[in-house]
Design a protein around this ligand. Sequence first.
Ligand code: BES
Ligand code: MN
Ligand code: ZN
Length: 499
Amino acid sequence: MDFELKSLTAEQAAQLAVDALLVLVPDTLPKTTGKAASALHELIANAVQHGDLEAGTGKCLACYRPAGFKAARVVLARAGDGSAASVRKAVAAAMSGLKLPQVKKLGLVMGLLPDNGSAVQAALMACADATYVYTHTKPTAKSRHLQRVTVGVTQPDAVRPGFAAGKAMVAGVEMAKEWANRPANHATPSLLADAARALGRKPNIKIEVLGPKEVAALKMGAFMAVAQGSAEPLRFIVLRYNGAAKTDAPVVLVGKGITFDTGGISIKPAAEMDEMKFDMGGAASVLGTFAALAELQPAINVVGLIPSCENMPDGLAVKPGDVVTSMSGQTIEILNTDAEGRLILCDALTYAARFKPRAVVDIATLTGACVIALGAIRSGLFSADDMLAQALHTAGEQSQDLCWRMPLDDDYAEGLKSNFADMGNVAGRAGGAITAAKFLQKFTGELAWAHLDIAGSAWKSGAAKGSTGRPVPLLVQYLLDQSTQPRAARTAAARKAKA
Ligand code: BES
Ligand code: MN
Ligand code: ZN
């Protein structure tokens, strides 16, 4: 799908040769003073006056061949105050009626709202989200009809950065959705590594893939314990995006890449177990973020780490009570083989330190408890570093990919104590998302570290079952924000964070 940014007046919008026109209408209606009002202003004024276009963000009116318009279909959508959140809601509502084979070219009129880059960014993402179609294992599905979206604003230059970011985020989200949606037999650790290798052909991206032998040499005992029950060989994928000087400390992103989570010997119940194909959503979001970086080429260095394997029950599988030695040297009593995400992540976090990163962010569909705590709206954000937590939270608000900070008090780690190892891999049911984060924290040493639990936000269940591509927008926004900060300020911030 193509996006194009244009300066469009109300008159020009009415004359746009597209299959459908989506007009975002603000709360405060534009005044039609002076000479004859344009067809667009007249249509809006009439519809509002007669109660056909109600107030309230997301309220829509679909018109067919209205007078004075070139487009056959014109949808008016109330976009509140024109903020990113309102625009997202308005576009999502309006697009539900525009997923027609006849609608290949869409005009998205934003010129009645104040020019706002974040709102344009949100509009592109909402457009793409509404029209995404998964086809990889369903060739009979009708692929996306929409081919071209022309976004009309008053001053294109004012929103160009938001437009570019939005376009790249769409590419990233779609890559993440694509891989997360693929069933486990079409998205094995080896296939994920191939997808990463394909990214390695883009400018400034390098890929390295480690297999069982290399991972054994690194002594990643926790990661290997999860993989040992599966016939699929594990992969440890290392991605590098180099957009800044070699001496510039990178941000490291670590994505949980469990391509299928049966629970292992602590096996899960059958109901909805298919959804555990989405347990590599963190890994998919790292791949998607690199796809977006390739497009945007920001001045920053980023490392992506993806430990990937299946969690299977088998004669060779790790057993409850088994003790393994992690790459950090700390021993772990695996009390529940279904708490496998933290076992693969802990070794990746230890590995992350070798890049002397300025920040490490792991992304994982880690706990059912996080779904209970926050539902599907906000991802769980855990960090002891206030500045990093603030930066991620802000990036989430700005990109409409929300998260919420959770506590990390040391008292939450009490339940991880073990009589047979340095720690157990589970603490009781209470506060399960937090105790999982406390487990990970034991492997982060002096790193500026944050953890995003995306168990609730990475996919939707039910009739709309499918990956959301989250938190690619949040991650890309965070990296862009970091890259625009002057280097001196960044290093000062890093020093302060350490102190
Ligand atoms: N991948 C799951 C977490 C999950 C469960 C995400 C349901 C989304 C929906 C993870 O590996 C897991 O099984 N976690 C256990 C941890 C428990 C054994 C401490 C959980 O949440 O039940
Ligand atoms: Mn599990
Ligand atoms: Zn899992």
